[in-house]
Ligand binder design. Structure first.
Ligand code: NAP
Length: 277
């Protein structure tokens, strides 16, 4: 049998950390296999998608800007991918291309690993972009009773609330300060706080002392939002774990071993983030 090979496809793709993560797991488990970056422009994606099996790939990860196209082109999709209308993990099974979206698993598994047993009646989610869809889907799956959703552009917040209107309340960006007091979990899914972007300007003083603050931005690892929460003595969870955990299901499909997110892997990727800052 040929050596199992997987890809990460995007445009651009050179900054992807996925090869580092999968390369670490291949070496850790002593597996033969490889994981390659493939840069494909949007107009070439369909042809790449139709031909990847013939090029010897068992599947791969899909990142910006191809997640929606990957979902549309797949033969079989999971319920999560259908909910998000976007796919980030592809594999061949019974001669057909299957597609899943593992951002949902990544977000929740990170909170599980960092917080142990956790729950929240009310979560305040900031942002309604691509990543927010996975976060909101994960919180709904996890039984969070109410999600208050603030987005700069109102229409996108209202659209995302259609996932489950009875449990998601879209609010205006200006309402954030007066909704903090009810939030047990605050999640930033916007670009704000990311290197090169302005910080997220929100005063966390009204948050209850038992609240957790999590940011899916992982560059830098401690965003100004997380630094403020830590200074207030609140529990914080950074975004790196989400990136690591979302990679687990794909590796298991392509290489046949379910890998673990360990402190050693985290340290390796942290060092890479530091190096490239
Ligand atoms: P996206 O689809 O472009 O969405 C961007 C979001 O940020 C939108 O809600 C947008 O609001 C908001 N935003 C941008 N500038 C803003 C501003 N000045 N004020 C208020 N809101 C603003 O991006 P994405 O794919 O969701 O990614 C968002 C972040 O999550 C990125 O930093 C990305 O690296 C990170 N991420 C992390 C992981 C992980 O594994 N940890 C996974 C995916 C993404 P509008 O709708 O008003 O434009």
């Amino acid at each position: 049998m040929s050596t199992p090979t997987a890809f990460v496809v995007g445009h651009p793709i050179k900054h992807s950390r996925s090869p580092l993560i999968h390369g670490y797991w291949l070496a850790e488990h002593g597996l033969e296999g490889s994981y390659e970056r493939v840069d494909v422009a949007p107009e070439e994606f369909e042809s790449f998608f139709r031909g990847f099996e013939h090029r010897g790939f068992r599947g791969g990860n899909v990142t910006i800007p191809h997640k929606e196209a990957a979902f549309r082109l797949a033969d079989v999709t999971t319920e999560r991918a259908r909910r998000l209308e976007a796919a980030n993990t592809l594999w061949i099974e019974d001669g057909r291309v299957h597609a899943d979206n593992t951002d949902v698993i990544g977000f929740i598994a990170n909170l599980d690993q960092e917080l142990g047993r956790w729950g929240a009646r009310t979560a305040l989610v900031l942002g309604a972009g691509g990543a927010a869809r996975g976060v909101v889907a994960g919180l709904l799956e996890r039984g969070v009773e109410k999600i208050v959703l603030a987005n700069r552009t109102d229409g996108k917040g209202r659209e995302l609330a259609n996932f489950e209107p009875a449990r998601i309340e879209p609010i205006a960006w200006s309402e954030i300060p007066c909704r903090l007091a009810e939030a047990e979990l605050l999640v930033n899914t916007t670009l704000l706080g990311m290197a090169g972007q302005p910080p997220l300007e929100v005063d966390l003083a009204p948050l209850p002392g038992y609240a957790t603050v999590t940011d899916i931005v992982y560059m830098p690892l401690e965003t100004p939002l997380l630094a403020q929460a830590r200074a207030r003595g609140l529990r914080t969870v950074d975004g790196l774990g989400m990136l690591l955990h979302q990679a687990v299901p794909g590796f298991a499909r392509w290489f046949g071993v379910t890998p673990k997110v360990t402190p050693q892997l985290r340290a390796l990727v942290e060092a890479d983030i530091e190096r490239r800052r």
